[in-house]
Design a protein around this ligand. Structure first.
Ligand SMILES: [Zn+2]
Length: 105
């Protein structure tokens, strides 16, 4: 199994792009690499350990999928975890995150 640092960074990028696009991030990793949810989950955990993904409970400015409690998933939108403004918010952390994302590949 490929679990090199480069692979883990790639996993983080696929995951974060999915979050940013409002898709299920774990499913996106499964689909991209054609692996099971269990394998994808292991890679995502490793990615968190190495600091490429935020570790729950999330703190700081990160994208999260938001919706009204009883609303359909199709009515969901991406908001900032910290300030709850529509993503991307204009905080320095967010700008730094967006700048880092393309370089992960
Ligand atoms: Zn924010």
């Amino acid at each position: 199994m490929m679990t090199s640092r480069r692979k883990i960074i790639y996993v983080a990028t696929v995951y974060l792009r999915a979050v940013h696009d409002g898709r299920d991030p774990l499913y996106a990793v499964c689909e991209w690499f054609r692996v099971t949810r269990a394998t994808a989950g292991q890679w995502v955990s490793r990615s968190r350990e190495l600091g490429y993904l935020p570790t729950p409970p999330l703190c700081g400015h990160w994208p999260r999928l938001t919706r009204w409690d009883d609303g359909p998933i199709s009515s969901a939108w991406i908001a900032c975890e910290a300030c709850m403004n529509p993503w991307p918010c204009t905080q320095a952390d967010t700008i730094a995150w967006l700048e880092r994302l393309p370089r992960m590949l």
